[in-house]
Design a protein around this ligand. Sequence first.
Ligand code: NI
Length: 283
Amino acid sequence: MEIVDTHAHLDFRAFDGDREAVVARAVEAGLVAIINPGTDLESSRAAVALAERYPHVYAAVGIHPTSAHLLDDEALAELRRLAAHPKVVAIGEIGLDDYWPRVPDRGWRCATPEEQHRAFQAQLDLAADLDLPVIIHDREAHDAVLTLLEAWVRGGEGRRGVLHSFSGDEAMARRAVEMGFYIGITGPVTFKKAEGLRRVVATVPMARLLVETDAPFLTPHPYRGRRNEPAHVRFVVRQIAEVRGVSPETVASQTTRNATTLFSRLRVETFHPPAPMSAGPRS
Ligand code: NI
């Protein structure tokens, strides 16, 4: 199987102790690429550094909505500089988060809805300017995100992206697909109560599905409760295969093709060369 995990935060502290081994396990599990999105400037720089270090790792750069207040002119200029790197495949993760601003006593400064809107729009404009796809974070902000994205897509040619860790319903998925977007599926699709998400998976065109982990978060069954890592994306692949009634290999190859279509800077190398014509049985 050749799988692309289109969303993993390998730069996060959760991987400081064993990053090397985590990447090695991912490669062993059949991953041909991992996209590491940034969540602020420091994380975006770290994502690019990891992409330089590991052949399978690619980066996206962006400011997460909860940190949107950190996006000033200088930060935007640095994102633009970072995005010139050939292994930066997208602007992200960007979007709107309506959950965290409403959590009392959270103990950290979360961007206000107004700050989030401003930063989201500025980074959408940056992506359009650089002709890069966007990786969208949408937590409890479905209508506002869709409305902004629909206006953005109408504003110019080739504007494209993925709704990361999709959490909407079938109607929302249909709107996203109609405007040319991809649907990112994460570990929760394996949870018992995720009937709604599995219905989305059953109805979205296969050509628009992507598989992601959002590691270290959203660990799929049967590892739920532990730290997530890119190798676990295979459980997402298997669940989609079961829902669609196809083989995991079919899901893997189709979603890998989708990833290389959306993220045109992705250079997926095949690490399993085809067997020579005269070869005997393959292991
Ligand atoms: Ni994320």
